[in-house]
Design a protein around this ligand. Structure first.
Ligand code: PMP
Length: 360
């Protein structure tokens, strides 16, 4: 078996020890004689698995006791709807910071339910930066402020938590959750699709402060009401059981590594290695402003775009896959989530150095 270094933006690389454990437990979970896939979500075994996953996630992120952890479905995209349906009163308005395609999609969805004010945008520079606190035009009467903590496509990330005063801050953390410590108490609600740093696609994490639960609009579908999920331990209907199990193994794995401070340190080392090469070289370019650069998604272009296809083909031959950039930025994108080892980034940097030597 030959595993490649997978730089996919998501679904993305998972920790190898977790995959090995899933394999070992696949047919018979802890002597139960069945796979977690085959278990009732109401049975003791699965309820224990889910409780342990929640306990470990709370420990990792230091989730305060006045926040609920929900294991939902529908992806981060359904949160684009659930957030306004639950937090935006009829006739109300919310502030959105536009830092990329996902932020724009979130704002477009909220517009269906109320007024969206653009508190700041980096559209004029093709989303290559994160607005500073001083640039945010925040309305103290807004129902909430929505940010996209890491912009998967454009490769930018907040390195500060906006101060929104008494207005709840909502964070789409899909592509950087668990990559660094986060002070959950600064947020009203954090959501994340699982398929980057958490586990398999199909699971969506929501961490929401108690006082924001129970405000869902009249007439909204039952399944889109946070209160229903909170009251039923995320099992009002069948939750994505297998994805929750794998996520739980990922949480345990991260705790074993030393928790989020250790994970962050490893991510800084990886990011510095790759950005270091991009900044030294005239052959490669990085479109993002240094102060806003993401540690998770690193877009870069070749000065000679005619070499793009050769670069991708040769990289693939070297076992470095899924490096094609998103069409809105062009060039390449290396996603280097938690589970990408330093050796993978080193292999990419070595390949890029050699490619430059041969074609530069
Ligand atoms: N937000 C961000 C930041 C994302 O990266 C993505 C997916 N790549 C989404 C939202 C949409 O997630 P999903 O496909 O889970 O709906």
């Amino acid at each position: 078996m030959a595993r490649v270094y997978n730089f996919s933006a998501g679904p993305a690389v998972l920790p190898e020890p977790v995959l090995a454990q899933v394999r070992d437990e696949l047919l018979d979970w802890h002597g139960s004689g069945m796979s977690v896939m085959e278990m009732s979500h109401r049975g003791k075994e699965f309820i224990d698995i889910q409780h342990q996953a929640e306990t470990d996630l709370r420990a990792l992120l230091g989730v305060p006791s006045n926040y609920k952890v929900l294991f939902l479905q529908g992806g981060a995209s359904l949160q684009f709807s659930m957030v306004p349906l639950n937090l935006l009163p009829v006739g109300g308005h919310a502030d959105y910071v536009l830092t990329g395609s996902w932020a724009k999609k979130a704002a477009a969805e909220a517009k269906r339910y109320g007024t969206v004010n653009v508190a700041a945008s980096s559209a004029d520079t093709n989303f290559n930066r994160i607005p500073t606190q001083a640039e945010l035009r925040l309305d103290p009467a807004a129902a909430y402020v929505h940010i996209t903590g890491n912009n998967t496509i454009f490769g930018t990330e907040y390195h500060y938590t906006p101060d929104t005063g008494a207005v709840p801050l909502v964070n789409d953390a899909s592509s950087n959750i668990l990559s660094r410590p986060l002070d959950v108490s600064r947020f009203g609600l954090i959501y994340a699709g699982a398929q980057k740093n958490v586990g398999p696609a199909g699971l969506t994490l929501v961490i929401v402060r108690d006082d924001l639960i129970g405000r869902c609009r009249e007439g909204a579908p039952t399944l889109l009401d946070y209160a229903i999920h909170a009251e039923n331990d995320s099992a009002y209907n069948t939750p994505p059981t297998f994805a929750i199990y794998v996520a739980g193994l990922v949480f345990k794995h991260l705790l074993k590594l030393g928790g989020l401070p250790a994970v962050e340190k490893a991510n800084i080392d990886k990011a510095e290695l790759l950005y270091g090469l991009l900044d030294r070289s005239a052959f490669y370019n990085c479109p993002t402003e240094p102060a806003s650069r993401s540690r998770m998604n690193v877009p870069f272009t070749l000065t000679n775009a005619e070499l793009d296809a050769t670069f991708l083909a040769e990289a693939k031959k070297a076992g470095l896959v899924q490096l094609k950039g998103h069409r809105s930025v062009g060039g390449m994108r290396a996603s280097i989530y938690n589970a990408m080892p330093l050796a993978g980034v080193q292999a990419l940097v070595d390949f890029m150095t050699d490619f430059e030597r041969r074609y530069g």
